[in-house]
Every structure is written in C-alpha cells, then in structure tokens.
Design a protein around this ligand. Sequence first.
Ligand SMILES: [Zn+2]
Length: 258
Amino acid sequence: MAIVRPKEAYHERTTREMSAHLRTPEWSTRQKVALACRILADEGHESALAGQITVRAEKPGTYWMLSFGLGFDEAQAANIVLCDDDLNLLEGDGMVNPSNRFHLWIYRHRPSVNAIVHTHPPYCSALSITGEPLEAAHMDTAMFYDDCAYLPHWPGPPIGDEEGEIIHNALGDNRSILLAHHGQLCACTTIEEAAVLSIFIERAARMQLLARALGPIRKLEPALAKEAHDYRLKPKAVGATFHYFARRVLRKDAGVLE
Ligand SMILES: [Zn+2]
C-alpha cells in the first residue's frame, strides 16, 4: 500500500535530515567574504571594481569588506579589511570602498541584516534598464517571491547618504531589490544567504529575459510560491548551496582562504 502523509510531515523530515547531515566547514568571516567574492566572480558578477560585499563584524558598528581596488576574483582572506560605521579603516592593509556608505543605511535600519551583497551582473543589469521588476515565476527562483523590492528610479552613484536613504527605503523588509539602471542587492541574516540569493537573482533575471522573448510570464500560484520561497530559504539548504559553490572556487585556488 502506498504511504501517504501530509506534505508538512515531509517538510519537517527534510529540515530534520538537513540538520543532521548537511555540515559546512568553520570558516572565519573574512574567509567567507573572500569565498563569496570568488563565487560571484565565478558566476559572472564581475563588473570591474563595481559591486561590494559587506558583513557585520563582531564589534557593533564594524564591518568586513574587500579592499577597494581589487576585483572579486582577486579576493582572499588577507585582503578583506575591517572598517567602522563612517568607513574608516580599522584593520587590514587596503582602502575602504567609499561605495559602501549606502550599506551602512541598511545595517542601521535592519538590525537582523548581517550581510549585504551588491553587484551589477549582466542579466540583472539588462533587466534593470527595462522598467520591469523581477518576476519570481519558477521554483528555482521562488526565494524572490514577494521578497524582492524594486527601485524604479536611479539616484546616481551611491556614495552619498541620500542614495543610502533612497535604497534602504525602497528595500523595506525584503531580502532583495532590483535597482533600476544599476543592479541588484541582497540584504540577509548570513553571508551565505546573501551570496546564494545573489547567484539566484541573476539566474532569475536571465530566466525572465529568456521567457519574455516568447511572451508574457505566467505567475506562480501565491500559496505554492510562498511554500517554495520558504523551502528554498531553509538555512541548512542555503548553507549547503554556499558550500557547493565554495568547493568549486576552492578547487581552482585554495589560496582564497589565506
Ligand atoms: Zn552598484
């Protein structure tokens, strides 16, 4: 006789088994920032020096980031620097990225956000100049369902406080945002989640552009989309996904961790 259980039982079992079996290495925050940079470079997020990854450090009001002037593909733990909440260098040899000022606005207003990834990858950038928001209409991109804001106006290069205010207001309580004429941003509780969402927002934009070549997009059924959103964001699954992408970059260059 076939075994039939309510779906909730399978969700619980999956969560339990993920907790028991999906283990990730104990990387330091610096190592995780470097890995996230390399992963995103590998995923085509490179845009010369544009884009930033920041993570809250242990001491309140301090943040880790890649030294300015380096590309994501050059990141390693040794060139991740620490700065305060006015972007003064506290630790490390390098320059604090002046474009990170708008990240500070998000951190100030969203205490649960511990990591921000902002990039200008090709498909998000292309979508960002069409005037269309991101459509989360596929199971693989359901993490953006009702969780991706849209800023339809471009406030200019985000080095001042005004841009920070505009971007954090548009982001609201969402994890992600598509920034018109600019790119994407993910603000999450962990660097793993911010990196994984950044990988998938670019894939969502690519999917949307491919699908729009054929016609309008059919939306997901809201209840199922919400279920898939939560399923895709299970922390253990996100951690395992980050670990998978990290292994790919570490196979090419284990020096990332140094
Ligand atoms: Zn930017």
